[in-house]
Write a protein that binds this ligand. Structure first.
Ligand SMILES: NC(=O)c1ccc[n+]([C@@H]2O[C@H](COP(=O)([O-])OP(=O)(O)OC[C@H]3O[C@@H](n4cnc5c(N)ncnc54)[C@H](OP(=O)(O)O)[C@@H]3O)[C@@H](O)[C@H]2O)c1
Length: 316
């Protein structure tokens, strides 16, 4: 499978991985096991997804059954909200324990948002809220958080570190003080939100890119969010290309990203779609097909913490 090479460590990052958000907890261990069996080597999890322990069980079972060796797997993890130096390490170790592994291949700052600490013994995952159901902002600057992330590398807790949901000004700021520059940037990216200037900046800085919500966030559409938007999986520009290529619409959307060097991490609870998504890089789109899909860009963002609390307008 094609992969991106991470600059500092030379580690290979598969261009097609598996996302764990909304992977059903009760079946998560089986889903991860089946994904490994099907050939997935990269998993993208997060504290907030509430299925770390189960995902780790799936990995351990696959290792035990000899489906894969640990060094062939790429474990990516997003940790969210507690940006103070002491909390970065505490939460990273807790998450490693839940997964039952010794090191994250990649550890990302989930959002450039610092929230007041909630002890995991009290409530985990805490999501965005205090006990009163409200958002409580923390006051930790990004520099402290990034330096704590670098300590994770020094101590072998994470091999690579990176950012998610950050725009140019934060990335450039981190580059000014980084001992270890961000290796990966994970962003919402699909034909409605191509973010070309951000993609170009990341490429210029040698930061590998991972796209999330490659289908235009089906999860948000299922929640009744942005009802007036044409579902990308049904958009005639993409469906006509899929028909002509005898591929599925999902495969065309994924290939549109990977052919431009951007990794994808589709999530599915369905065994057939799991294989279908992995096979998305068995064909090439033409330049004009890529352009037609890119021309659907209209700046539509589904995942925006602003919707949770206007003080979290990180994309303003
Ligand atoms: N950094 C961040 O802030 C952030 C935010 C969001 C997501 N993520 C990561 O990115 C991953 C993917 O993002 P996502 O979950 O928003 O969206 P996604 O993977 O683009 O879409 C998932 C949805 O598409 C459906 N689906 C999957 N494969 C399909 C196929 N071949 N044909 C038709 N439908 C298909 C799934 O339903 P079924 O399960 O029924 O197949 C699910 O409803 C997440 O799991 C998570 O790891 C990161």
């Amino acid at each position: 499978m094609s992969s991106a090479i991470l600059k500092r460590t030379g580690q290979k990052m598969p261009l097609v991985g598996f996302g764990l958000w909304k992977v059903t907890r009760s079946t998560c261990a089986d889903t991860v096991y089946n994904a490994i069996k099907a050939g997935y080597r990269l998993f993208d999890g997060a504290g907030d997804y509430g299925n770390e322990k189960e995902a780790g069980e799936g990995v351990r079972r696959a290792l035990k059954d000899g489906l894969v060796k640990r060094n062939e797997l790429c474990n990516h993890h997003l940790w969210n909200t507690y940006h103070a130096r002491e909390h970065v390490k505490k939460l990273a170790k807790l998450q490693l324990d839940l997964w039952g592994i010794e090191q994250f291949d990649l550890f990302l700052i989930h959002f450039p948002v610092s929230l007041e600490y909630v002890d995991p013994n009290h409530r985990y995952p805490p999501e965005w809220f205090g006990d009163d159901g409200k958002v409580h902002l923390g006051k930790i600057p990004m520099q402290e958080t990034w330096q704590a992330m670098e300590e994770l590398v020094d101590e072998g807790i994470a091999k690579n570190i990176g950012l998610s949901n950050c725009q140019g000004s934060i990335i450039l700021d981190v580059m000014r003080y980084a001992r270890y520059e961000p290796q990966v940037l994970q962003i919402e990216h699909h034909p409605y939100l191509t973010q070309q200037p951000l993609v170009d900046l990341a490429k210029l800085l040698n930061i590998a890119l991972t796209a999330y919500s490659s289908f235009g966030s089906q999860s948000y559409l299922e929640l009744g969010f942005k009802k007036d938007v044409t579902n990308l999986l049904e958009h005639n520009v993409v469906t006509s290309i899929a028909q002509a290529r005898k591929k599925t619409v999902a495969q065309v959307l994924l290939r549109w990203a990977t052919q431009r060097g951007i990794a994808v991490i589709p999530k599915t609870n369905n065994e057939g779609r799991l294989v279908e998504n992995l096979q998305c890089d068995t064909f090439d789109l033409s330049e004009s097909e890529i352009k037609k899909i890119s021309d659907l860009n209209n700046g539509l963002r589904f995942n925006n913490p602003f919707e949770i609390d206007p003080r979290l307008a990180i994309f303003a």
